[in-house]
Ligand binder design. Structure first.
Ligand SMILES: C[S@@+](CC[C@H](N)C(=O)[O-])C[C@H]1O[C@@H](n2cnc3c(N)ncnc32)[C@H](O)[C@@H]1O
Length: 462
């Protein structure tokens, strides 16, 4: 139901979530000629079933809406725990009880499958996170031009909110981050100004392995460390108070692009990597290594994938979009041969090193685009028995999915971080006689709308 409104302020009912977990509504506006016009809008921090007052803010063509008041609240609405909620760009579901977040994620997967005529009864109840807070093992904070360390403001990439806490990072990560923030302030070091391109400090990356306890602190700056005597104070403070920091890095980024990247750097303390563990395997993580950001839950993904694939030790297997080998290594010891394909060369280098560090010798890793890599591996393997794919949010795409289908693996395990692209990808398999056996949602990212799924597809004919 929609209401007529006076000026740009209106009262409306939220009908559903959009794909990013933001409440949707329909309003009626009048154009200059007094003609009624229906408009679809989204209102941040609202839930389906709520009645709210909101205001359209200029520029109106962008349909940006500010929530003024909640007239009828959803029973599962709760007080957000973090002081940065609403301003910080992360954790946009903190106002929803954890129970309701879980229900909503399962529902979202079921609805997307039903929309494409899949049987949604194959969707299992979501696997809950062991800890709905403090789960992230990596955070990237940004310095503002005054040298304050913080997080990007929601919808305003140029504005940095000075950090008080971060409730999805570990307390150790927050403590070490605050130490760096205080050190910067005390030594009056400048932050990088994105407008004038002046200033020293750009980003702080923090990685923390809960399995090994090791932490990395990487400072990204526009100049070399040599001329900054303040660094000896930082090194001393970290040594004394944070013995678990095994890697303190100074990385130079002189590029105009405001990415967390470096052209060169130096080790201030310890080594240039930290150790992490996942599913019984040890990984070396450099500052630029992609690694699952919630390893406790990611371990469950690996267990599920193994359970669904049921390897017997004789299979030829492909791990498509393999990254540093998170799935490849646990699978390799349970199949005959495994080929991993991944586009990022440094990840493939890591995957090779991780395999040899862990005594895994039946893997072959290839740095290629998925489609080309598949062609190469298929020449060698002919038909693989097993294929696992874990593509980025954009999915694998029709061409890759059809190529997979034509290679006829008996079982396909699809690990997905985006149910929308997952559904459109698996639709491609149906004409090739594949059947969707089971879909297991897993909560990897509590307090956000994101949902991960591990699914099994089986070929009906031999
Ligand atoms: C969701 S991650 C999964 C990584 C790995 N399975 C893991 O668990 O660590 C997706 C991976 O796909 C890789 N990727 C993205 N586009 C690709 C492409 N066109 N071809 C091959 N790999 C690609 C990314 O670099 C990334 O490592």
């Amino acid at each position: 139901m929609a209401y007529k409104f006076k000026d740009n302020t209106f009262i409306t009912d939220i009908s559903q979530f959009d794909a990013k977990g933001v409440g949707r509504a329909v309003i009626h506006r009048e154009n200059k000629q007094g003609k009624g016009k229906k408009q679809h809008i989204t209102i941040p921090y609202t839930l389906p079933g709520e009645r709210v007052q909101a205001t359209l803010v200029p520029p109106y063509r962008k349909r940006i809406v500010k929530l003024d008041d909640i007239i009828e609240a959803h029973p599962e609405r709760i007080e957000p725990a973090c002081p940065h909620f609403g301003r910080c760009g992360g954790c946009s579901w903190q106002h929803i009880s954890y129970e309701a977040q879980l229900n909503e994620k399962t529902l979202q997967v079921k609805q997307l499958l039903e929309e494409q005529q899949f049987d949604s009864s194959v969707v299992q109840p979501i696997i809950v996170a062991d800890d709905a807070w403090h789960y992230r093992n990596k955070m990237e904070f940004t310095f503002n031009k005054d040298g304050e360390l913080g997080l990007h403001e929601k919808d305003n990439y140029r504005k940095i909110i000075p950090l008080e806490t971060c409730m999805i990072a570990s307390p150790e990560m927050v403590a070490a981050t605050m130490e760096v923030a205080n050190w910067t302030k005390e030594h009056q070091l400048s932050g990088y100004d994105k407008e004038t391109k002046d200033g020293l400090l750009r980003h702080l990356m923090v990685r923390h392995s809960q399995a090994t306890g090791e932490m990395m602190l990487a400072l990204f700056a526009t100049e070399s460390a040599d001329q900054y005597s303040a660094l000896s104070d930082l090194i001393q403070r970290i040594k004394e108070k944070y013995p678990y920091v095994k890697s303190l890095l100074w990385l130079e980024n002189r590029d105009i692009a405001d990415k967390v990247q470096a052209q060169q750097g130096q080790i201030l303390l310890g080594r240039d990597f930290i150790y992490d563990e996942l599913a019984g395997y040890r990984y070396r993580l450099w500052y630029d290594t992609f690694f699952q950001t919630n390893p406790v839950q990611a371990e469950k993904l690996v267990e599920l994938a193994l359970e669904m694939a049921q390897p017997k030790g004789t299979e030829k297997m492909i791990d498509l979009f393999c990254g540093v080998g998170t799935f490849s290594l646990p699978f390799a010891s349970r199949v005959s041969q495994l080929a991993g394909i991944e586009i990022v060369e440094t990840s493939i280098e890591s995957a090779k090193r991780n395999a040899s560090d862990n005594g895994v010798h039946n893997t072959w890793f290839l740095a290629r685009d998925a489609r080309l890599g598949l062609m190469e591996v298929l020449e060698l393997f002919e038909n693989p028995d097993l294929l696992l794919l874990d593509p980025p949010r954009s999915g694998a795409g029709g061409k890759v999915m059809r190529r997979i289908a034509r290679s006829k693996p008996k079982r396909i395990v699809y690990v997905s971080c985006n149910p929308k692209t997952f559904v459109s990808d698996i639709k491609e398999l149906i004409p090739f006689d594949y059947h969707l056996e089971t879909v297991q949602p897993v909560d990897l990212f509590p307090q956000t709308y994101h949902v991960e799924c591990v699914s099994l597809l089986q070929r009906e004919t031999i």
